[in-house]
Design a protein around this ligand. Structure first.
Ligand code: TYD
Ligand code: MG
Length: 463
């Protein structure tokens, strides 16, 4: 019998080789080649992603205008924050990857989604390779009561799972997690890149050929990737990441790729004792516990994708007792803070060279967009001079090296959020102010817009 041939392929780009080498010839990354026994699959076998297209196998090429489209039948899950990220609900026949650190709440999120779908009389199969059916039941009891349309299945063998799907014909399947499921014919451990690639290919085929929506859970590895990173993301229709600071209570569900909707959406949840609660108004949530009229604290309106958030930015500037001043930035870019401090020194003549400076974006969020600049400058100045901005003031804007305040994107949405949350003054780049007034789309009653061109002009608004 001929010896089974071993092939190697790249974890990053999928390039296949018959011999191991340090650098991938495809993407030139180092140490990315892994062994994948071919298991009968020769080099000429089409890669798994291509098999997903076989749903339409047998039909000849068709003129674009002759193809009939039908209204996309999306189904709302009933979990509004999830529906928002998915673009309005789940699309039958789609494959959705939910990635995130272990323990962040992926299983909880999907179990709650299953509960809502089952309540709508959709047949749902939750396959878990991580927990026994009894353990899932225990988690479910914390969440609430379930209808009989949800089936739990603790299984890791793909063939057995497929047989169960055949018998049950569910409309929605959850696979928790892709790293625990294995295909028998493949001589590699579950979670290895070759297994993940194969299993995802099989699930893709299942989703497309039988019009089932499949959610795949994927744990993020130390390097920040879901196993077989690029490959998995290319194969699925939608990629959602569930993230959040372990110490903060809120969790953010971010759409990274979506073939059926915008990718710029984020959903916000809070982990409670009885599962995840939706946070429909994150600005109010983020502002909890803020002390008003304190020097060194300002409120910025930042964007996460297409969603505005009001967040508190804090700075503490004090005389240093070290030979080298200390500077830290939590929740934002350290280098940006240093740069803005240099701008403050040079353009406003404020001496910060012998000061320690600590900057913090409150609430555990990480914000790196340029619109944060003006708030950082204001917070640093406020702390250094012991002067405060009015408690109803929000600000945003990019600051350049000569101290100019530059326009930022989505200014109208930011102002609208400030109006909605009850703020009365918004300091923003002058050019943004002008375009908002020209467009005239916003109801600005009770809101004063203050346009600034240079950070110098900002100083007169401090008390
Ligand atoms: P889990 O959903 O299992 O995370 P993942 O599937 O992403 O690994 O659990 C997340 C954490 O949330 C876990 O440490 C327990 C906690 N938790 C709560 O705080 N409240 C709850 O109601 C539940 C179900 C879990
Ligand atoms: Mg889990």
């Amino acid at each position: 019998m001929a010896k089974e041939k071993t092939i190697f392929f790249c974890k990053e780009c999928g390039y296949e080789l018959s011999k191991w080498q340090g650098q991938c010839p495809g993407c030139h990354e180092w140490n990315t080649l892994v062994e994948a026994p071919s298991g009968g699959r020769g080099k000429r076998t089409p890669p798994a992603p291509a098999r997903g297209g076989s749903a339409a196998a047998g039909s000849p090429p068709t003129k674009i205008n002759e193809i009939e489209t039908q209204e996309e039948c999306r189904r709302e899950t009933g979990m509004k924050e999830l529906d928002r990220v998915l673009g309005g609900g789940i699309v039958p026949g789609s494959l959705i990857l939910v990635g995130g650190d272990p323990g962040i709440g992926k299983s909880t999120l999907l179990l709650q989604t299953c509960r809502l779908l089952a309540a709508k009389k959709m047949k749902v199969l939750y396959v878990s390779g991580e927990e026994s059916a009894r353990q899932i039941k225990m988690r479910a009891e914390r969440i609430g009561s379930f209808t009989d349309d949800l089936y739990l299945y603790s299984e890791t063998c793909m063939g057995t799972i497929l047989r169960a799907v055949e018998e049950l014909s569910p409309e929605v399947i959850i696979v928790d997690s892709i790293q625990t499921v294995f295909e028998e014919g493949i001589d590699a451990a579950p979670g290895s890149v070759s297994q993940v690639r194969e299993i995802t290919g099989t699930l893709l085929h299942l989703a497309k050929s039988r019009n089932i929506t499949i959610f795949i859970v994927g744990h993020v590895t130390k390097e920040g990737n879901v196993a077989g990173p690029r490959m998995l993301e290319h194969m699925v229709d939608t990629v959602l990441y569930f993230e959040g600071d372990k110490t903060a209570m809120y969790r953010m569900l971010r759409g990274v790729k979506n073939r059926f909707g915008s990718t710029n959406e984020v959903g916000v949840f809070e982990m409670r004792g009885r599962g995840l609660a939706e946070v429909p108004n994150p600005s109010e949530y983020m502002m909890q516990g803020r002390l008003e009229n304190e020097a060194g604290s300002v409120v910025v309106c930042t964007m996460e994708g297409s969603r505005p958030f009001l967040i508190e930015v804090q700075a503490l500037v004090c005389q240093t007792s070290f030979p080298m001043p200390r500077r830290t930035a939590v929740g934002t870019d350290y280098n940006r803070v240093n740069l803005l401090m240099a701008v403050l020194e040079k353009r406003l003549g404020i001496r910060l060279g012998d000061c320690d400076a600590y900057v913090n974006v409150a609430g555990g969020m990480r914000v790196v967009e340029p619109a944060l600049d003006l708030a950082l400058v204001a917070a640093l100045f406020s702390s250094h001079h012991g002067r405060v901005l009015g408690s109803g003031t929000v600000l945003f804007g990019e600051v350049g090296l000569v101290g100019e305040v530059r326009a930022v994107s989505q200014a109208e949405r930011r102002v609208a959020e400030a109006v909605k949350t009850g703020y009365d003054t918004c300091i923003l780049p002058e050019s943004n102010r002008r375009s908002i007034l020209q467009a005239g789309n916003l109801d600005l009653s009770g809101m004063k817009l203050v346009g600034v061109k240079h950070i110098r002009e900002l100083l007169e608004y401090f008390a």
